[in-house]
Design a protein around this ligand. Structure first.
Ligand code: CA
Length: 289
């Protein structure tokens, strides 16, 4: 029997407009009323997630920053895994030199370069002039999604990230495939980092012990719930660590094929309330027991 459900946000619980639909919110509240622990498990910052959940009138614990942070339902921090500062600075120095749009997620804000929007616009122009298979609308939507996060502060340089801030995650974003691949291969080889890809145009680096899977295992243990009684729902590569350990793994209908192949089942897409559909199945089967 499922006693805990972990749900990713982007491409999973959120629709294309970046919102939690009333159907998905209602399914989460129904699961909670039946004693099931529902947690969000996302790459987003905790304070960003709080705003999104508030708009949908749901309250859950939050595994944030791909597992580098964990907060309970009341907003108290349960655990965090910050990156060593010198490692983070080394990554940022390289990203800034390569003119990446980046975001530094910390315990107080998401720091992003002042010229970030300009860098993105320049890339968009370059990419659109060389590739006919991409539309401006698709690229703008991807860029807007980054800018729309709650808690972004613009800084002149990575050196302006406050010295005492805990750094949980560094996200690099680019529309240019070779540039993106250069960064991915550079940091994938670094044993002092873990690299995840959460969307087509990005990569993220964190502490090696930060992952959605490790955080989910910790939270389940905290509540005395065996992983065999946990369901995880996701759509992308940064979900694999939790999809692999959950007793019931559900890929979104819009997930990459590799994610679907790694899961026990596939639900509807995020535009069709796939999360609500998966939760309803759990609730119905528990009624039959
Ligand atoms: Ca996702």
């Amino acid at each position: 029997m499922i006693k805990m459900i972990a749900v990713d946000l982007d491409g999973t619980l959120l629709n294309y407009e970046g919102r939690i639909s009333p159907e998905n919110a209602a399914a989460i509240r129904d699961a909670q009323s039946q004693g099931i622990l529902v947690t969000i498990a996302t790459g987003r910052a905790y304070y960003d997630v709080q705003q999104i959940c508030r708009q949908a009138d749901i309250l859950t614990p939050v595994i944030g920053a791909n597992g580098a942070t964990m907060h309970d339902q009341s907003g108290s921090s349960l655990h965090s895994v910050p990156m060593p500062r010198d490692k983070a600075m080394e990554v940022l120095e390289w990203l800034e030199a390569q003119e990446y749009y980046y975001e530094v997620m910390t315990d107080r804000a998401i720091y992003s370069p002042q010229n970030g929007h300009e860098l993105m616009t320049i890339e968009m122009d370059r990419v659109l002039s060389s590739r006919t298979d991409l539309s401006l609308q698709t690229l703008l939507h991807a860029a807007e999604k980054q800018y729309a996060q709650h808690g972004i502060l613009r800084i002149p340089s990575y050196q302006n990230v406050p010295l005492d801030a805990e750094i949980y995650n560094i996200l690099a974003f680019s529309f240019m495939e070779p540039k993106l691949e250069a960064g991915r291969s550079r940091f994938r080889q670094d044993a002092e980092l873990t690299l995840v890809v959460s969307a087509d145009h990005n990569f993220e680096v964190e502490h090696p012990e930060a992952s959605k899977g490790q955080a989910l295992a910790r939270m389940a243990e905290l509540h005395g719930i065996p992983l065999s009684e946990v369901m995880a729902v996701g759509d992308s590569y940064n979900d694999l660590s939790m999809l692999k350990i959950a007793g019931r793994s559900v890929a979104m209908g819009n997930a990459h094929q590799q994610i679907k192949d790694a899961c026990g089942e596939v639900t509807l897409s995020n535009q069709e309330n796939g999360v609500a559909h998966a939760i309803r199945q759990v609730l119905e089967s528990s009624l039959q027991v």
